[in-house]
Design a protein around this ligand. Structure first.
Ligand code: TXA
Ligand code: MG
Length: 312
């Protein structure tokens, strides 16, 4: 299959309407989209990514009214989150409408829905004229793509089209909140922080053991965000035994002789850069990547979650 690169959201939307797979930029990471009501197209997404069948897809909408095309009910709590954070880097899990294929929800009776803030994403989504199921546009287990070049690196020849656009603004995947239970639960940390969420829903809970046998968020039990190089977390003043050819990313400069170094000015910049840095280290054939731990406030919680999973 030839993967077409385009700057035109109408061309990428045309591909979706014809039952194809099109990757597109959002403010979090790039997504790999298809028409959510097209069972055959959904099956192709799982094949292209090598994704486990039980891992549900997030459904992307161009405007809040379209949530009703895929969700059967919206609780008062969900409504409050949607009003506060849509469009933006938040996914809410709601009871699924029967019309949405079980393959999209990984067999669950719920679905995750998100309305991106990226203007190009929303232009593309409204031209698709259907809600779009879209996991991150990477091979399963690899770091999520934050540029169209990273999408091409993983999925060239496996998908129909890539809508190019700018690098992702945030660089980490959306916050996922399950609103299908009486007490809403954060299933995945993201740029909408726990602090932000608790302003709207003070009773909000955080999922404890996502690696249990029946995780609330099936996607979180799988190995994730991993470069080929071995990831090791270090605290700021820690002495390290430097393996040959390793990289370092963090907020503070260090004395060791790394093959690749990224010093970030802020936790937000670290979050923005980390997945692309992992890919750079792999391209350079490095053996290890040292990542400095950060304070788990704001987006720091999401960054530490991804670093821990990459280090597993
Ligand atoms: O920022 C994002 O969310 C990006 C962009 C493309 O929008 N998408 C993304 O999709 O990260 P993906 O497939 O890589 O991650 C989806 C996560 C998984 O952890 C999955 O388990 C969870 O969302 N999820 C989706 N639907 C769910 C549901 N019904 N119940 C519980 N968790 C769900
Ligand atoms: Mg993903």
């Amino acid at each position: 299959m030839k993967t077409v690169l385009t700057d035109d959201p109408a061309e990428a939307a045309e591909c979706i309407r014809k039952g194809g797979l099109a990757a597109f930029p959002t403010e979090t990471v790039f997504g790999l989209g298809c028409n959510v009501f097209d069972d055959a197209a959904i099956a192709k997404i799982f094949v292209a990514k090598g994704r486990p069948q039980d891992n549900p897809l997030i459904i992307h909408v161009a405007d809040p009214a379209a949530i009703y095309e895929v969700a059967s009910t919206i609780s008062a709590d969900a409504r409050a989150l949607i009003e506060a954070f849509f469009p933006g880097p938040l996914t809410v899990v709601l009871p699924k409408k029967l019309e949405v294929p079980d393959s999209a929800s990984g067999g669950l009776s719920t679905i995750g829905v998100r309305m991106p803030r990226s203007i190009l994403a929303r232009e593309f989504l409204s031209l698709c004229a259907t809600p779009v199921a879209a996991p991150s546009a990477n091979i399963s287990g690899r770091p999520s793509p934050t540029t169209w070049q990273a999408v091409l690196e993983d999925l060239d020849g496996r998908i129909d089209c890539i809508l190019k656009g700018e690098a992702a603004e945030i660089g980490l995947e959306s916050t996922v909140v399950d609103c299908s239970s009486p007490v809403p639960v954060v299933l995945r940390a993201g740029a909408v922080s726990l602090e932000d969420l608790r302003v709207i829903l003070p009773k909000l809970a955080i999922v404890e053991n996502n690696f249990a046998d029946a995780p609330r968020s099936p996607g979180m039990k799988h190995r994730h965000y991993s470069p080929r190089a071995e990831v090791e977390l270090i605290v700021t003043a820690e002495q390290i035994d430097l393996p040959e050819r390793s990289g370092y990313i963090g907020l503070h400069d260090r004395n060791e002789n790394f093959a690749l170094v990224r010093i970030c000015d802020s936790t937000a910049e670290y979050a923005h850069s980390v997945f692309e840095f992992f890919r750079e280290c792999d391209r350079a054939g490095l053996n290890g990547i040292f990542c400095e731990c950060v304070d788990e406030a704001g987006i720091g919680a999401a960054l530490m979650d991804r670093l821990r999973r990459a280090a597993e």
